[in-house]
Write a protein that binds this ligand. Sequence first.
Ligand code: NAP
Length: 522
Amino acid sequence: MPDVTSQLRELFARLPQEIPVHVFVDRSRSPESARLADEFIAAVTAITPKITFHLHDGLDAAARRWNVDRTPTILFAPERYSIRYLGLPLGEESRTFIEAALLVGARADGLSQQSRTILQRIPGPKKVRVFVSITCPYCPGQALHAIRAAIAAPQRISAEIIDIQWNQDLAERYGAFSVPQTYADDAHIGMGAQAEELFFASLEAGEPQTIFIPENDAEEIRADLVIVGGGPAGLTAGIYAARSGLRAAIVERGPLGGQVAATPVVENYPGVSRIPGKNLVEIMVAHALEYVPLFPHEEVMAIEPGEEFTVRTSRRRFLCRAVLLATGARYRRLDVPGENRLAGRGVSYCSTCDGPLYQGKRAVVVGGGNTALTEALHLHHIGVDVTVIHRRETFRAQEHLTRALERENIPVRWNRVVSEILGDHTVTAVRLQDVHTGSTEDLATDAVFIAVGYDPETTLAQRLGLRLDANGFIAHDGSQRTSLPGVYVAGDVAGGFRQIVTATGAGAAAALTIAHDLMARH
Ligand code: NAP
């Protein structure tokens, strides 16, 4: 059997390109690192002449040209790529060096098609930093994701692999106390080693992603059931449909998870006593993915009934035997002056998303339901000075939340509505009107979180001519069948208690009804 050295020799011999590698050391200030670099270069040169080393002592003109400001630093083909290694790639990290050299020599990135598709969407420039150590066996894999990205998109992506032992100051600055840790333009995008596609999904999102949803470019997909909406109802229906033997697909126009994804914390989903909504969504999505393909960020434009249904989306068409509408609800607006103009400049509908911007500042939450109180408590807990504005003198929210609000001494302005949101560039105050006397006063604030309920998303249902109930929700027969055969409904768009647990229950019931009905058709 050939040994590792001769295998490497052969691999490098086959490469079409030379691999210029520049190594910067400082012999006078760090003779030990210079000696290690000499040994490293000698060892690699003994394996292959394809790597042409350029050894620089001190920060010379080349260092200035390529912005090298510390030693030891290694640059791979700097005329072509922006790939640098801060430290010396010894121990486990020798794998990073060898594989990076092979990729540079082949001018190939070795990425999967899925990763490449995501990378194409990422606007540049992005600087990816991966913190590693020479004793970490998982680090080379993560470092190579960054290096592959820099090879695939040299104009947009630069990769910097940072050995924490040689660069403790950088590790401290970034808080990278375990490796690998990955940052893009200083935003943390990965803790630990990630699968390649997850690395790219995280790079695109600018934050760590835990689930990768494969993309599908088929123009036409046949299924038994198309589920419109990827919240708790739709995801549960997908699981139940697949387990009943149906080929299902879930199409969601936004990110998966519906309202739960924006809920600060969920405390009433049985089996999980307290969990951020986003994490609960991740668990549900990962579970659903075991059974059913998901098509997020794809909007259903039209549903055409017929022998079979044609569901036209923004990307393709689905042909199916049944459709489940789990389209949820959209947050309600106040419709007062200033709301539109200052949206995103202090006016917000999501405390989980925007709350951290107002730490140490003032905010008001408008509403007296479960959402308003959950959001007020969340803002209070993250250090926002919050006041609740409610149009009556009792809350609609559950007792448990009302008591928590009292316990935390969160002030409430009762019997007041917001008649205007004030501010030139950003919110500075809200105008409150007393519902009994009509008198007004201005309350200074930096943010307005609006939580006055949700309206059902019935656009598709109305186009299909489905019967709605007196409150505008999609009517059904108690087993989730709508007024049009083959079309079913579940979740908040059907009204009812509008809890996560009732939505999942209705999703399961809908899938079981659909399986029953489709079987009966044969
Ligand atoms: P909601 O229960 O409909 O409450 C809306 C609140 O906004 C009410 O207090 C309402 O006042 C007020 N409001 C409505 N329009 C207003 C306006 N134009 N100006 C001022 N105030 C206005 O809505 P939600 O709190 O978003 O909850 C929606 C559904 O999700 C509910 O079924 C809720 O139970 C559920 N949910 C449950 C949880 C949980 O269980 N932990 C958490 C979040 C949501 P009035 O009271 O005077 O009508």
